[in-house]
Design a protein around this ligand. Sequence first.
Ligand code: GAL
Length: 305
Amino acid sequence: MNTCFKNGEILKDTAGNVLHAHGGCILQANDVFYWYGENRTGNRYVSVYKSTDLVNWEFVRDALTTEGKTAEHRVKTDLRLLNEDGGKINIERPKVIYNKKTGKYVMWMHVENGKDYRLAACGIATADTPDGEFTYHGCFNPFGYMSRDCTLFVDDDETAYFISSSRDNADMHIYRLTDDYMNTECLISKLWQGEYREAPALVKHQNRYYMLTSYCTGWAPNQCKYAVADKIDGKWSTLCNIGDETTYRTQPAFLLKLTGEKEQTFYFSDRWNAKDYNDSRYVVLPLEFDRNGAPVLNYTDEVRF
Ligand code: GAL
């Protein structure tokens, strides 16, 4: 049993295998945390692990593979889980949210064709249970826009938003989703034109919205910045530095807010290994807020939840 999360070390699941959930997200269902993320080994795209303490992770299943089930949901989505040469496509930054109205677990992700990075599409998949196999509903360009690094955010009123880098990563878009979370309903903001932000991660803290993003330097780490808004579809602040100049050699994956006795937010990030992607590591840090509401990210070797 692990007693704490050790940053930057090889993380193994409870069966002793290396945990592959890169660029991912954690979904809480009752008292269980499900960690979904990229797994590029073999025929896999997305794997899911579960935990009750956020430290010991049991492998649940591969949620999406090259042999995944597919089902059309809307017209003109590309349903292929392999490219025309029979090779793997790229599935990046999968995020999963639960839709209370439909009872479905809905995954959004970044999809490329496995050959070049020109597709810049978002894909969706659904499952009936958090530990189920996901059915892929294909990929598309929201309102025709390019869509790369992405995240999902569900507000207190259950309205969900999809946030993704567009125009060759120059701009960050926020889309409001339809009630079933299966499509973008409307593009509500184009943020920070020409700033090239990616790896978006959002959290709501004391009624304000905080978005963390990285700059665009491929697998190499860079300075993370945050912005704040009083309304998600309102005016966002300019970008301010957070963490050190390489964000402690990490890039944001997602922000996890724990509620309960004490509300606490954690920054989950990837420490990519550009030479050996499968040896990429994880770094988890507490995200604190100073008395003016500015988020603060300090480095620590290990984290207890
Ligand atoms: C990063 C991005 C990753 C992946 C990588 C590929 O900047 O955040 O998700 O797309 O580039 O080079």
